[in-house]
Structure formats: structure tokens, C-alpha cells
Design a binder for this molecule. Structure first.
Ligand SMILES: NC(=O)c1ccc[n+]([C@@H]2O[C@H](COP(=O)([O-])OP(=O)(O)OC[C@H]3O[C@@H](n4cnc5c(N)ncnc54)[C@H](OP(=O)(O)O)[C@@H]3O)[C@@H](O)[C@H]2O)c1
Length: 253
């Protein structure tokens, strides 16, 4: 029985790679993003390769009041939604002390409030149908704070914590919750992503993410190595040493 997966931010990067990976494994797709022209091109390409159903929709996750209606409509068009991937997100770089919160506000709005609105609307559908799987794309920055990306790191830490609370709340409702923590993935999220440490391609990341989702893992880190080691190291590293390491990294930029 094919499953139906809805992915936000499916027009590029990780979302696009997830769409391709899920389609290659026989999942029907509901694809959402602001650039619906890109989604339609992606759908056309995937339909030539795979015998699946694909529905596309224009969605700005910052328009949170519209999200429930958009997901309800996708659920009707696909027959149901089994997996919802809240992937839409933006980066945002700024130095502290500039007296301008516009970057921070935009990052929190899209990465946290937009994701919460999407997850909440999907939960409403899942509670009514009696099953479902919520997936959020957080980041290793949830536990590895990145200088000049304080809002980004904090938005992802909040998303991780929010979704882990949802899992506890929804236990007993047949709703699974997976929070994915990608390391650096070569996408258009930020300039020169290909130069970041331990970077991997989006198709490699998507394969590992779908594997983790199918196994209903709770907090996978992708790729697991070296990031699990980095996370363990940071937990025992004194703040003074962490500050020294990051100071050197930032001063080189
Ligand atoms: N690349 C990495 O190293 C990395 C690491 C950790 C986590 N992540 C997370 O992975 C997710 C995907 O990022 P990516 O690396 O694939 O970047 P990307 O290539 O820039 O893709 C971002 C996607 O999000 C969509 N999006 C942005 N704002 C949106 C909005 N307001 N409403 C709806 N869709 C929106 C974009 O589509 P439209 O512009 O068409 O709307 C695009 O499809 C993000 O949440 C990001 O934080 C990425």
C-alpha cells in the first residue's frame, strides 16, 4: 500500500532531494513551497521516472493561517497524509549588537513558527485519521551553536525541543515524531555551503533521512559520523575551550 508524504520547502535542496528519494521508493507526494513553478518542474521530472502520484501547492509557511486549509486540501487530493516533513527553512547571518532584529525575526518566523504551524495542522489531520508521522528538519546547530547565526541555532534548538515535547504529548495517539539533525548539506541555504566542514550532497543526505524516517527514529543526526562524536565532545568541552575554538574560527571568516 503506497504511503503519502507531504514535504514543505520541496522546491530545492534537501526538500527536493527528499521528494526524489521518497518517489523512488514508491511514495506519493504532496509538494509545497513558494516557487510552485519549480515544484511543477520537479513533479514533471519525477513522474517520468516513477509511477507515483504527485500534487503540488504554492505555500508560504509564514502565512500560518493558510496552512490548515492547504494541508486539508492536499490530504483530500492524495487520499490521506501519512508523513508530514516540515522542511521549509532559511539561514540568516548577523553579528550581535547591530540594533537590527529583522534577520532574527525572519529566521524565527520561518524556521520555528512556520514549522510549528505546519506540524500543528498536520497533527490535527493525524488525530482525526488515527495515525501519522511528523518529521521536522532541525540541525546540528541545535546542539552546536554557530557564531553569527545565533537566531538560526536557537530556532533549531527550539524546534528540536518543541517536537520532542510533541512526541511525549502525542504518545498513545499512534502519531510518531522524528526530529532530523542534519550536519552541513550542499544546498542553496547559504553561500559556499560546499566549503563547510564534513559537507555531504543532498541526495546522500536524503537517502539517510528516508531510512531514519522509515525506522521511526526519534532524533537522528545525519550524517551520523562525525556529528555524533562532535555532539559528545561538545557536551564535555568546557565553555572556555569552546569559546576559544569558535573565536579562532570566526576571526578567520
Ligand atoms: N543545508 C544544510 O546544511 C542544512 C543543515 C541543517 C538543516 N538544514 C535545514 O534544512 C531545511 C532545508 O534547507 P536547504 O538546505 O535544503 O536549503 P534550500 O536549498 O535553500 O531550500 C529551502 C527550501 O525552503 C523553502 N522555503 C523557504 N522559506 C519558505 C517559506 N516561507 N515558505 C515555504 N517554503 C519556504 C524554499 O522554497 P521557496 O523559496 O520556493 O519557498 C526551499 O524549497 C531548512 O529547514 C534548513 O534549515 C539545512
Amino acid at each position: 500500500m503506497p504511503k503519502n508524504v507531504v514535504i514543505t520547502g520541496a522546491s530545492s535542496g534537501i526538500g527536493e532531494a527528499l521528494a526524489e528519494r521518497f518517489a523512488s521508493q514508491g511514495y506519493n507526494l504532496g509538494l509545497a513551497a513558494r516557487s510552485v513553478d519549480k515544484l511543477d518542474l520537479l513533479a514533471e521530472k519525477l513522474l517520468q521516472q516513477y509511477s507515483v502520484r504527485i500534487e503540488t501547492v504554492s505555500l508560504d509557511v509564514n502565512d500560518d493561517a493558510r496552512i490548515p486549509a492547504v494541508l486539508d486540501d492536499l490530504a483530500k487530493r492524495l487520499g490521506s497524509i501519512d508523513i508530514l516533513v516540515a522542511n521549509a527553512g532559511i539561514a540568516g547571518s548577523r553579528r550581535s549588537g547591530t540594533n537590527d532584529l529583522s534577520v532574527d525575526k525572519a529566521v524565527f518566523q520561518t524556521n520555528l513558527i512556520g514549522a510549528i504551524a505546519t506540524l500543528d495542522a498536520a497533527t490535527n489531520i493525524f488525530l482525526a485519521q488515527g495515525h501519522g508521522h511528523l518529521v521536522g528538519i532541525s540541525s546540528v546547530s541545535a546542539f552546536t551553536p554557530i557564531p553569527k547565526s545565533a537566531a538560526y541555532s536557537a530556532s533549531k534548538a527550539a524546534l528540536t525541543n518543541y517536537m520532542n515535547a510533541m512526541r511525549l504529548e502525542l504518545a498513545g495517539n499512534n502519531i510518531k515524531v522524528t526530529v532530523i539533525h542534519p550536519g552541513f548539506i550542499n544546498t542553496h541555504l547559504a553561500p559556499k555551503m560546499d566549503k563547510y566542514p564534513f559537507v555531504i550532497n543532498a541526495d546522500v543526505a536524503a537517502k539517510q533521512m528516508v531510512h531514519a524516517i522509515e525506522r521511526k527514529q526519534t532524533n537522528p543526526i545525519i550524517p551520523a559520523l562525525p556529528w555524533k562524536g562532535v555532539k559528545a565532545l561538545l557536551q564535555i568541552m568546557p565553555d572556555s575551550l569552546m569559546t576559544l575554538v569558535m573565536k579562532n574560527l570566526v576571526s578567520k571568516k
